[in-house]
Design a protein around this ligand. Structure first.
Ligand SMILES: Nc1ncnc2c1ncn2[C@@H]1O[C@H](COP(=O)(O)OP(=O)(O)OP(=O)(O)O)[C@@H](O)[C@H]1O
Ligand SMILES: [Mg+2]
Length: 221
């Protein structure tokens, strides 16, 4: 098992009001799984992804990453765990502007202390894997949306993470390009990667091997 969340709740405090975004969520994800988290807008999907991705902490409950309780770790330790074990892909691609595709992909390795030569070698390898070998020197604004998402996917993989979390990765793409990106996730899954795909779209969620449905911050049984 790579990841386990037990009795996770998240309450946001906003203008003196409490918003219960997650209400007693328990789930686990095994190595090599391709899981989708599906639910309507506002159901808590991104909140859940941020918590299992160690970007945010739960108000109560426990999160175990590869057996380690991460709930009480310092921000510094969490940043290190994220860098080494989790790859992120977002709807808005989140690439650094005026920075080449190659350098964007190298970035997690830079933070991870990988030496320059290995960084470049690995980044080239990953850009080849996602089919972007011809575009390595391009800046994000010189790439199409689908190409930018491929760069983001290459970046998510360079530290060889235990799990890749993708939040609406096709949300900013036309349907044909979205299908190409989904095919890439299938390819990565076939190669042994563990993938969690967050979406509000039932057709996309259905492509995963297992679906976790959430509504109003709860898992539907
Ligand atoms: N920082 C925040 N402060 C207060 N409330 C928040 C915050 N972030 C999210 N929420 C609330 O928590 C609930 C869940 O939000 P979340 O972003 O997890 O939903 P989602 O399922 O990802 O929706 P979408 O499909 O629109 O992305 C919503 O009611 C939202 O308004
Ligand atoms: Mg969301």
């Amino acid at each position: 098992m790579i990841l386990r969340a037990t009795h996770v709740s998240k309450v946001y405090h906003l203008d003196g009001e409490e918003v219960k975004a997650l209400d007693d969520i328990s789930l686990s994800i095994d190595k090599g799984e391709f899981v989708s988290i599906i639910g309507p807008s506002g159901s808590g999907k991104s909140t859940l992804m941020h918590i299992i991705g160690l970007l945010d902490s739960p108000s109560s409950g426990e999160v175990l990453l590869e057996g380690q309780d991460v709930t009480k770790l310092s921000e510094k330790s969490l940043a290190k765990l994220r860098n080494q074990h989790i790859g992120f892909v977002f709807q808005q691609f989140n690439l650094l502007p005026r920075t080449s595709a190659l350098e964007n992909v190298e970035l997690p390795m830079y933070y991870g202390g990988v030496d320059a030569q290995e960084r470049q070698q690995k980044a080239i390898e990953m850009l080849n894997l996602v089919g972007l070998s011809e575009r390595m020197d391009h800046w994000p604004n010189q790439l199409s949306g689908g190409q930018q998402q491929r760069v983001a996917i290459a970046r998510s993989l360079v530290m060889n993470p235990a799990i890749v979390l993708a939040d609406e990765p096709t949300g900013n793409l036309d349907s044909k390009t979205g299908q190409e990106i989904l095919r890439l996730f299938h390819q990565l899954h076939d190669q042994g990667h563990t993938i969690v795909l967050v979406t509000h779209d039932g057709n996309i969620a259905a492509q995963a091997k297992r679906q976790i449905r959430i509504s109003d911050g709860k898992i539907e049984k």
